[in-house]
Design a protein around this ligand. Structure first.
Ligand SMILES: Cc1cc2nc3c(=O)[nH]c(=O)nc-3n(C[C@H](O)[C@H](O)[C@H](O)COP(=O)(O)O)c2cc1C
Length: 197
């Protein structure tokens, strides 16, 4: 871990989703430290509506097998190098956190819990960034696949809201420019039609 102590602003603006990791392992203690700090995310009624399945270190191999079986069901018929190549997007990450939330039957609570889990995930990503660890929040369709849910121990009434990959990287991707406040803000009480001004 490479402690950087970025300002909050530096971390928010400088963090990029890392989609190409370099294969360097992530230390379990670092990942757990990140999680222990990320739990300070805002969450309504202090429900702390998240639970996590973590893979880091030796259990990664079992996870890779699951990801291979789930995403390349025909893998046995393919050349080994082809399977390896297709699996690289999974095998180069050094740690995984699957974030699971309850699917509250009440719409308001469900939305709040998803919002809180999103804040939790952003906290993890910013804390990791401060340690020089990249991350990417991913929502592949297989997160809802019955076999995948079962393998992760996801219960009925729960949903995996994200697979967050962590790892080290060699290249910093360039971020896409964001809209500025004048494009997304309407000052309360004013008309949106700017052409008439
Ligand atoms: C809810 C959510 C789901 C995402 N799912 C994926 C995904 O499935 N695959 C992926 O490559 N990136 C995924 N991303 C990452 C976005 O592509 C990334 O945040 C976006 O390109 C902005 O880049 P930045 O995070 O570097 O600013 C997801 C991000 C969010 C917030």
């Amino acid at each position: 871990m490479n402690e950087q102590s970025l300002t909050v602003r530096e971390a928010i603006i400088g963090r990029r989703s890392i989609k190409k990791f370099n294969g360097q392992p992530v230390d379990r203690a670092d990942l757990l430290k990140i999680i222990d700090d990320a739990v300070w995310a805002p969450n309504h009624q202090n429900r702390e509506p998240w639970r996590l399945v973590v893979a880091c270190g030796k259990e990664l191999f079992q996870l890779y097998d699951l990801l291979r079986d789930t995403t390349i069901p025909e893998w046995k018929t393919l050349p080994e190098e082809e399977v390896e190549k297709r699996m690289q997007k999974f095998t180069t990450a050094g740690g995984y956190v699957f974030v699971i939330v309850p699917e509250d039957p009440r719409q308001k609570e469900r939305l709040e819990d998803f919002g809180a889990a999103s804040a939790f995930i952003q906290n993890m990503m910013l804390l990791a960034w401060d340690y020089g660890i990249g991350s990417c929040w991913k929502t592949p369709v297989f997160l809802d696949a019955p076999n995948f849910r079962e393998a992760l121990g996801v219960k009925p009434g729960e949903r995996i809201v994200g697979m967050v990959q962590f790892g080290y990287f060699d290249e910093l991707p360039k971020g896409k420019e964001r809209k500025k406040s004048d494009e997304i803000v309407t000052i309360f009480g004013t008309k949106e039609d700017k052409e008439e001004e």
